[in-house]
Write a protein that binds this ligand. Sequence first.
Ligand SMILES: Nc1ncnc2c1ncn2[C@@H]1O[C@H](COP(=O)(O)OP(=O)(O)OP(=O)(O)O)[C@@H](O)[C@H]1O
Length: 273
Amino acid sequence: MLEICQVTKYFQHQVLAPVDLQVEQGEFIAFLGPSGCGKSTLLNIIAGLEQPTSGEVRLDGQVLTAPGPERGMVFQEPGLFPWLNVLENVAFPLRRQGLTEAVARERALELLKLVHLSRYAHSWPHELSGGMKQRVAIARALALNPRILLMDEPFAALDEQTRMAMHVELQDIWQQTGKTIIFVTHNIREAVRLADRILVFATRPGRIKAEFKVQAPHPRLEGDGLLLQLENQILRELREEMEKVLKEELGDDYHLKKSGFPWHPDRDLGSYI
Ligand SMILES: Nc1ncnc2c1ncn2[C@@H]1O[C@H](COP(=O)(O)OP(=O)(O)OP(=O)(O)O)[C@@H](O)[C@H]1O
């Protein structure tokens, strides 16, 4: 079990108020909230890329203070090495661990099969679409067989159709591998489509404001009535939070902007704040 115990973070100001969270092995969790509420900071603390100011993160009772092979990470930018082909990119972490080339290639090929890119093993990153690059990034993050996959807005830069295709793909990967997934997003629809538990963040300072369970089976279909109902429920929860941020940032201009504010669950909360 992953435990986040009383974690806080200060940069110039307090970014995270004490956060407590327990995540069971195999859960699919989303961190959802407006821009700047500390979602990425908390994910980076779990990854060991940032240190908490106070509190700790534990995995099966062991305190985590640095990155480790039991956690794989996928960012918004795929970050592939342009001088390595697809297969070599996925094999890279395995080669670094000292595995022989043959073993690393075999494992990388299995992962490319999982993300449906076997045919592109010998392609170069610049020859791939955005969605394909992200599939390579997911395969690479899975190379060391981590227990936990940490994903920081991995589909935010993709067009809508590709993003929807990646939602299907990721649910399939999650079901096939049984990994724990923690997925950061601004997008309510994306969170509801993917996660079984959604943690809604409040801002200034960042903290968990509400939790929603999504009890629909996977793969989830677009337009499912239960999911739409939940989207609206979450939107109501977040509206207050978004208004708070807008009021602070826009001051007197807030009333002008408010009338044109598109309160819709499929809109990225971050882009209006
Ligand atoms: N390394 C850093 N140094 C100083 N301030 C930082 C650093 N990283 C994040 N912050 C600040 O912490 C706050 C939370 O940032 P964070 O990226 O965690 O939010 P977020 O909810 O993930 O937002 P977004 O969705 O826009 O990425 C922001 O005010 C940000 O400017």
